[in-house]
Structure formats: C-alpha cells, structure tokens
Write a protein that binds this ligand. Structure first.
Ligand SMILES: Cc1cc2nc3c(=O)[nH]c(=O)nc-3n(C[C@H](O)[C@H](O)[C@H](O)COP(=O)(O)O)c2cc1C
Length: 178
C-alpha cells in the first residue's frame, strides 16, 4: 500500500455528496456548496456541516440560528460552482447562479426550487473542529421533489453530485446499485 501524508486523508475516502446551504444576511439570500456534511442523529433528526469560520454561511448561521440544506442534482454542477464564488456578503448567490428561492415552512432562509430535496434546520449546537466548525442543525421540515416521492421515499431516486476534487473542480455522478 502506498503511504500518503496524513493531512491528505480526505482524498482517500469516497467523495461526499455536495449540498447547498441557504442562509440569510438580513434580506440577502446566501447560498454556498458544502462537501463536509452528514446526518448525525435520527432522533432528534440532526444534520452536521463542516463550515469554515470565514464563510458568510457560518456568520449567518451564528447570527440567525437557522439554515436550509438543499441537495442539487448533476444538472446543477455549473450552478454549484457559481455559488462557491467569493462574493461580498451583500450579494445573493441565488441570483448569480440563476436559482429560485422558495419560502420555507418554518425557518426564514429559503429553499432552492431547482434542488431535488430540501430540509429546514434550526441550529442545535456548534463545535470548533480544527480549521472548521461542526455546525449541527435540527431538521424541522423536509421536502422532496414529486418525481422522487411517489408512493414512498426511496434513496435510490436521489441523483447526487459527488465532490471529487477541489483542486481540479471535479464532480462525479451517481454510481451503481450493488
Ligand atoms: C464542491 C464544494 C464543496 C465545498 N465544501 C466546503 C465545506 O465543506 N466547508 C467549507 O467551509 N467550505 C466549502 N467549500 C467552499 C465554500 O463553498 C466557498 O468558500 C463559498 O464561497 C462559501 O460561501 P459563503 O461565504 O457565502 O458561505 C466548498 C466549495 C465547493 C465548490
């Protein structure tokens, strides 16, 4: 086996699915992609995201204690890149990326119409983690596209965008069922 630098460990795990995190700065609808993300509890339903303290997303969540996680499909790869641009806090990535904000049921940040699923979160806790913070949200409402929810929710229908390489800006699509 080839040994690599310990700091490069994240390159030798399967790529994470990209989620878009929607937050609010006053009236400004902020949106950014996050690869460090995972469910961490079923009951209560908790979702965690690794967010650098320099991100507007982090500041907005600390200020408002609310966010929405949206799951983009492969057709949104270009939009993901646009939302990742370093824009001033006053500029909405929704507009820049041509994505449509939809009013949420419980929280103030907006859902993303073009995404296949969205869930609304209230901040549960935040913990410093090296050069990032782990931000855990309690899921208070969840939505899925009608094309995915027919008679039951099936994860098979979710069409993720995997974050393969930051350096090369590479994404991958869905794999195969084994
Ligand atoms: C595919 C992808 C995944 C990313 N994942 C993360 C992440 O997990 N954590 C993080 O802090 N930044 C991540 N970033 C960088 C932020 O999305 C980027 O800095 C963005 O401009 C932050 O926007 P904001 O300042 O509006 O929050 C990622 C970028 C891309 C393109």
């Amino acid at each position: 086996m080839a040994e690599i630098k310990a700091e490069e460990y994240s390159k030798i795990i399967p790529p994470m699915p990209v989620v878009l995190v929607s937050t609010l700065y006053g009236d400004v609808k902020n949106l950014a992609p996050f690869g460090m993300n995972m469910p961490v509890s079923f009951s209560p339903p908790l979702y965690a995201v690794g967010v650098s303290g320099s991100r507007d997303t982090y500041k907005n969540i600390m200020d408002t204690e609310e966010f929405v996680v949206a799951v983009p499909g492969p057709e949104l790869a270009k939009a993901i890149d646009i939302t990742a641009g370093s824009l001033p806090r006053e500029v909405s990535e929704f507009e820049k990326a041509g994505l449509t904000p939809v009013k949420s049921a419980i929280v103030k940040p907006f859902r993303v119409k073009e995404c296949q699923s969205n869930f609304e979160c209230k901040l549960e806790w935040v913990k410093p983690a090296g050069d990032h913070y782990v931000v855990a949200g309690r899921v208070v409402a969840a939505w899925v596209d009608d094309r995915i929810y027919t008679e039951e929710v099936s994860r098979r229908m979710i069409d993720p965008v995997y974050h393969v390489s930051s350096e090369k800006g590479e994404y991958a699509g869905k794999g195969r069922l084994l």
